[in-house]
Design a protein around this ligand. Sequence first.
Ligand SMILES: *[C@@H]1O[C@H](CO)[C@@H](O)[C@H](O)[C@H]1NC(C)=O
Ligand SMILES: *[C@@H]1O[C@H](CO)[C@@H](O)[C@H](O)[C@H]1NC(C)=O
Length: 853
Amino acid sequence: MKVSSLAALLGLAALTAATNLLPRNFDANDYYVLHLDAQTHPAEIARSLGLFHEGPLGELADHHVFVARKAEDDIVRKEKRELAERRRRKRDLGERHVLDGVLFSQKQKLRKPWEKRTLPTRFGPARRTSRGQPDAQAVQKQAHVATTLQILDPIFKEQWHLFNPVQVGHDVNVTDVWLSGVTGKNATVAIVDDGLDMYSDDLKDNYYAQGSYDFNDKTNEPKPRLAEDRHGTRCAGEVSAVKNNVCGVGVAYDSKIAGLRILSKLISDADEAVAMNYDFQHNQIYSCSWGPPDDGKSMDAPGILIRRAMLNAVQNGRGGLGSIYVFASGNGAPVEDNCNFDGYTNSIYSITVGAVDREGKHPFYSEKCSAGLVVTYSSGSGDSIHTTDVGQNNCAVNHGGTSAAAPLAAGIFALVLQVRPDLSWRDMQYLAMDTAVPINPENKEDWQATTIGKKYSHTFGYGKIDSWGIVEAAKTWKNVKPQAWYFSPWIHVNKPIPEGDKGVAVTFTVTEDMLKEANLERLEHVTVTMNIQHTRRGDLSVDLISPNKVVSHLSVTRSPDNVEAGYVDWTFMSVVHWGESGVGDWTIVVKDTIKNKHTGTFTDWHLKLWGEARDASKARLLPMPTEEDDDDHAAIPTTTAQAITTTIAPNPATTKTSSVAIPTDIPDRPVKPKPTQTSDTAQPSPTQDEQAAQTSPSTWLPSFLPTLGVSASTRAWIYGAAALIIVFCSGLGIYLWMARRKRLRNNARENYEFELLDEEEAEGLASGEKVGAAGNKARRTRGGELYDAFAGGSDDEDDFDAGAYHDRADDVSPRMSEKQARGASDSDGEEEEHHVIGDDDSDDDNDRRPLQR
Ligand SMILES: *[C@@H]1O[C@H](CO)[C@@H](O)[C@H](O)[C@H]1NC(C)=O
Ligand SMILES: *[C@@H]1O[C@H](CO)[C@@H](O)[C@H](O)[C@H]1NC(C)=O
């Protein structure tokens, strides 16, 4: 009854339509995404909660969208809370309730769309400086290419990024690839952006309608509708502009091009998650030239549904080979932004592409980070990217920023897929890494040698993409084995971070056995999730030093980042250690270089090594992420803590903490022989209990020196090379290796002994506890305390209602974790809409300025 009347109310007549793509009316309705277990039918949930089941959420298995009339409350959470309360009172724990089948629920909120990575207008249009004289031979070659391939496109000669006759060699080296017949045939790129002008004469023949959708206006055609909706079309032109007599050509001019419009209006995480998986059996590459603001102070990441969609894409997209995500690194370099503060660019599932200009220089805007894999050409040195524009026959002469680099890379990957459609998402990353060409490698400050004979630069990644090089290598590439990973336990530090050049260095030893057990053969990505308490985030920096002394600058100081917080379960990523074995001492160095009144504490960290499996037959798929993945900071139930101690006894991992004088500038590639493996593992293992270890630091002092690196040259590197003096500060401690334990995922709560709240409540409580701990109160990390946090929190659950976040947004924001950040900014979204949409006063389509063609 309730259901059908609701359906009528919502006017949902056409229930046969692609259900997840029905128009949304956030003014009248609420939308919930629920992840259900296998036994629970959506109709059952709908009946029980009085919701209307709209349909599945895109490609995410067992995720469904439900609709309800608009209400203040999150009614699913409320029901769950009430159920928990009833159970608490009646103690009828036995009976299964339909709500028990809800593994996850999230009330959808509209939030600001992400920002496009064109150059901020304050930088003005690119200067047009003299570009020098073309090289006669190069001009001849260019003419030959145009004649042979019958390229009649009028601005082909302006497209220096495809063929540069002035700065010879500074282009993507693609023309011989085309001449060999590789032009992107049978490859499809989706431009996730503000639309794509499918009626442009330069795009219409390559337009792939089935893979396209407008998530902002809920129509099949992702047409640019706002005056500023030009970005996606320009990006599309770089990939797939047709070889004809209009403008120029795309780098993969015979590829198919789809458009997914998400940047032109407020959007929900649910819609973005669907977009990121849209037609993912055919859309092979998703080109994304957007992200959190490049303002040098944002630190934001995709919400859980989007992260699930991205994992789902690499596991199930393209017939299981994995969708290929390409992201622009960001344009925030002038404000010291770094792409490791962006959860899309630092995802292991995306290829992060920075920019290089037509003179081979680093353009002032292009962000660096240890997650940057490669660069390719974009604006700078007085020129921009010339491409298609919105309109039937309009060309853009001023496309630039890293926004223009990512689609160029995506187009080159389309060429690769023409010759090798069987490559996995990781094969593509390997190929990009392996064939990239270092830029000015003689500049030693930029480049450090890695253990596999590559050079890495935080500015240029492994170098610039060479189309010929990557396509040739792809032809004979042997597919890599499946992915495997090793996750360290949380390594507790709890040390104040001294200001200035000193830092806190903590070492964690990874043994051969650990990696064997993890089935991990060699590294690809390394991620570090960490917690730091601080009163000014921008003062902090973090380096990770591998067993081979290869250095990742995971985090850098950012002067605009005044946020009164440190890092809360933030994950940094590095591709710098690609190919290393992973075995040995991993040292993390946290510094607070800026001397001011702001100080903080390094709480804990968690090392994750990702790479190729040893034994492909033992490989498994990574489970979907949950909000609780990183909440497992300690052995929570005290009973299992005992067990863990004994489990690890035969294979102790030691962690060492020290406050030492750290070189202000660790050389990127310190000249240092490999550290000799020492009595590390022979040391008495700190198995007993954290307190014991902490109260007897002196016991550990003697053994610290040898473990830091025994050989004279090791010491030379650390202590000597740059006239550095190691200063032992007080409080040298050893911290417990708490457990090698499987992370608790969806079932995590089964291990708790106390009454359970739903996941979001638990999360709210846990994070609320952190948030509520104002000032410098240490976060709770131990089992008993966590238990208290949960138990105590149940008394004031209401504090954790969505509304509470509104009220407390100001208090909360500086200390927000990524998920809280999203929640809080969501709640402000409607007011801040103008920021993105321009002068519009309302969210209503009718108020939009029609696009002038
Ligand atoms: C095009 O791609 C599809 C699947 O991606 C494949 O089955 C087909 O053989 C390809 N065609 C050509 C001509 O390569
Ligand atoms: C560029 O392509 C040519 C073939 O056109 C090839 O010989 C050359 O090696 C490529 N450049 C690089 C750096 O791979």
